[in-house]
Design a protein around this ligand. Sequence first.
Ligand SMILES: Nc1ncnc2c1ncn2[C@@H]1O[C@H](COP(=O)(O)OP(=O)(O)O)[C@@H](O)[C@H]1O
Ligand SMILES: [Mg+2]
Length: 376
Amino acid sequence: MLSLEQEVGAWDSVLLEPLTEDTFIGNLQQRFKRDHIYTYIGNVLVSVNPYKKLALYSTDLVETYVKRGPFQLPPHIYAIAGSAYRWLNDRNEDQCIIVTGESGAGKTEAARIVLQFLVLVSGDISEVKLMKDRLVQANTLLEAFGNARTMKNDNASRFGKFLDIEFDYKGDPVSGHLTHSPPFQARVTSLSPGDRNFHIFYQLLSGADIHLLKCLKLQRNVEHYTILQTNRNQPTLTDDEDKKLFVYTKSALEILGFNVEDIVDIFQVIAIVLKLGNLQFVPCNNIDGTEGCAISNEYELFEICELLGAEHRWLQRALTSRQIEDGILTDLSAYEASKARDNLCRTLYSRLFTWLINKINEILKVRFNIGPKNVK
Ligand SMILES: Nc1ncnc2c1ncn2[C@@H]1O[C@H](COP(=O)(O)OP(=O)(O)O)[C@@H](O)[C@H]1O
Ligand SMILES: [Mg+2]
């Protein structure tokens, strides 16, 4: 039976006497040692990442927290989500839950737990179920395309996100809207030592079947792709997790209503970004003595053109020269061309991401005419 009596230390920091930084941290530490990762400061919840699975999340616990007031049970993120949901329904007030902390603190997990809570407490008719499923799948997609494994965090979000969910008068989610904060695409072509690129690249390489790989003109081997290498020489590998997650990502796309052509297009852009990143430029001298450059691995360019549906001559010129005046071109040096290549990779990836978010927002748009109530 859950009760506040079994709590270790002070469950609400405002009860500490005296309340200093030392007593505050000491209290968090004392609680953390006994797996009490949540502590209040008044109506703010502090959460310390346990980095291990704790028996803190279940349908039964959600039900317990829904029934009781926030300060009658041990501190929990369910209590925060429950209060927001109750205030939304009982007081008809818009609600916003702000999750903040440094990288690896547990923000993404916390947001996911809040979403799971809302899914469990709201209605069960088929339209509501469909919307809830879409909200959860939208999250899966965002993580595949917007998160990466870093030294600090296996699932680090590379962008800020704001999910707006609209509820009807019964407290059921009927629409959603995502806003993301750019810029994050620099990561596509410049990895910090030990970090990986966005999950989707590894998911695709390890999860795609041979037929799809062939269609995309890709090799399964991660080491083949420059943009998947830390410092451009040390590869960060795929594993079984990537293979498993590719199945989830693909089914999330399907559940959200992306059609087969859309899905192939998305993977094609990923393949193009991977292959573009491999283009190598070598310096060469023009007849007039100026420096230019040539692409040393032309076969990649031919394959990219096939995937892009672009003409080889056109893309080659776009990558190795720039326009200085109307119709007048000047050659790029090998260094400048490699910068242009990186820019193109990033632009393609970030446009794909924005396109995905726009598509998801269309899918999450309100279907029924309902009064506005928000949990953000
Ligand atoms: N409540 C939790 N219980 C267990 N593990 C957690 C919890 N919160 C975070 N983690 C672990 O820590 C990792 C980083 O958390 P995450 O939410 O991605 O951090 P952030 O979004 O703040 O950078 C997660 O991948 C997970 O392994
Ligand atoms: Mg995160």
